[in-house]
Design a protein around this ligand. Structure first.
Ligand SMILES: Cc1ncc(COP(=O)(O)O)c(C=O)c1O
Length: 391
């Protein structure tokens, strides 16, 4: 009775883990959740009053599929301050970046088409691509992101429908693509006239230095689609995100969106637009960077104290995730089961490998727990690892 494309779908193990972690008392590093105490609730309430005062009940009316023009103008100005190549016509507002992934999948994917990803990659994207029956080809990646040589080799064998990358503090590892590799990848994409989708929800959450240029900005051509979201910098419940690309692609995506949900919710768009009018956004991002950096440091310090030496971890310079590797052939799912008994949770990294590898890896979120809970939770995981015989 179900459509054929549904037959291969299974519920994500992450959703199952998150069900357990919603129990009171559990320390969870599992979800990719921002810190709720930092949501700008007061400013959003003020913005709500402000938009009713300015626009009346039209903020509750249907609106255009591409999204509120003034919000698209602001986003265009963020992406291209000189306004030399990006304008509102290059932007469409989506219900979260997850909808952006769905719309892109509807536009480009079908049975027999292939998506190249870094390894590991964002599970929500893999799910969106698979729903349209695409095959996923994971390309070798390391501490500097996807390896251009591996990408080039794959491109020479087979033309992908699209390449999906998260160059900044990617989910799940927190790794960023080095500047040198960004340039190499842009060259490969342009030379072979490919389509690259750049997903960048974490780029503003850097802990030192400054934001690296996007592939979209470096490439400046029809070969690149950029997507970002206000989920991690304002609040995910608003579900306001956007896609940027050339006019032709954006208008095609708008047609697909019409058939999906007509438009992104008008009220949420007005709220974000009003919030961006004030200077609060800069302040908010600064607070997020400081707080998350502190939490990352707390997690690394606790790991240094409580984890066995044979367990390695990385040192992400931004975002919300830390990546841990257990010795080879050690299974993170078994560790999780024992951790849940001690009321602490994480996501086994294997979930993010489309080829089923990575069984000895772990994704830990550091943005959502307090420093005290971070120390306590890492201590408990350390106990489980030692009880399992690691030293
Ligand atoms: C890489 C990546 N893309 C997209 C999303 C979806 O974000 P949203 O739909 O809230 O904008 C997430 C959420 O965690 C993510 O990590």
């Amino acid at each position: 009775m179900y459509a054929e494309r549904i037959s291969g779908l299974k519920s994500s193990a992450i959703r199952e883990i998150l069900k357990v972690t919603s129990k009171p008392g559990i320390i969870s590093f599992a979800g990719g959740l921002p810190a709720p105490e930092l949501f700008p609730g007061k400013e959003i309430a003020e913005a709500a009053q402000g938009i009713f005062a300015k626009y009346g009940t039209s903020v509750l009316q249907y609106s255009v599929t591409e999204g509120l023009r003034s919000l698209r103008e602001k986003i265009a100005a963020i992406l291209d301050p000189e306004a030399s190549h990006i304008g509102p016509k290059n932007i469409i507002i989506t219900h979260g970046s997850q909808q952006g992934l769905d719309l892109i999948s509807k536009l480009y994917l079908e049975k027999g088409r292939v998506v190249f990803t870094e390894t590991p990659s964002y599970l929500g994207a893999i799910q969106a691509f698979r729903l349209f029956q695409a095959d996923i080809l994971p390309i070798a990646s390391d501490g500097d992101g996807i390896q251009p040589v591996g990408l080039l080799r794959a491109v020479k064998k087979q033309r992908p429908a699209l390449i999906y990358l998260m160059p900044n503090f990617q989910n799940p590892t927190g790794v960023s693509l080095s500047l040198e590799r960004r340039k190499e990848i842009v060259d490969i994409v342009k030379e072979h006239d490919l389509l690259l989708v750049e997903d960048d929800p974490y780029g503003d959450l850097f802990f030192s230095g400054e934001k690296m240029p996007s592939l979209f900005t470096l490439g400046r051509s029809h070969n690149f689609i950029y997507m970002s979201s206000f989920s991690k910098t304002i609040a995910p419940g608003l579900r306001i995100a956007y896609l940027a690309g050339d006019e032709e692609k954006i208008s095609k995506i708008a047609v697909v969106k019409q058939g999906t949900d007509l438009q992104t919710n008008t009220f949420g768009q007005y709220l974000v637009d009003e919030y961006l009018e004030s200077s609060r956004f800069d302040h908010q991002r600064k607070i997020l960077r400081q707080t998350y950096k502190h939490r990352r440091d707390c997690m690394l310090a606790a790991m240094a104290e409580y984890f066995p030496a044979s367990v390695s971890r990385n040192h992400p310079n931004g975002g919300m995730f830390l990546w841990v590797k257990l010795p080879e052939h050690f299974n993170a799912r078994d560790v999780l089961l024992r951790c849940l008994e001690k009321e602490v949770a994480f996501v086994p990294g294997q979930e993010f490998y489309s080829d089923g590898s990575g069984e000895n890896t772990i994704r830990l979120n550091f943005s959502n727990a307090t420093p005290e809970n971070i120390e306590e939770g890492i201590k408990r995981i350390g106990e489980v690892l030692k009880e399992a015989g690691l030293s």
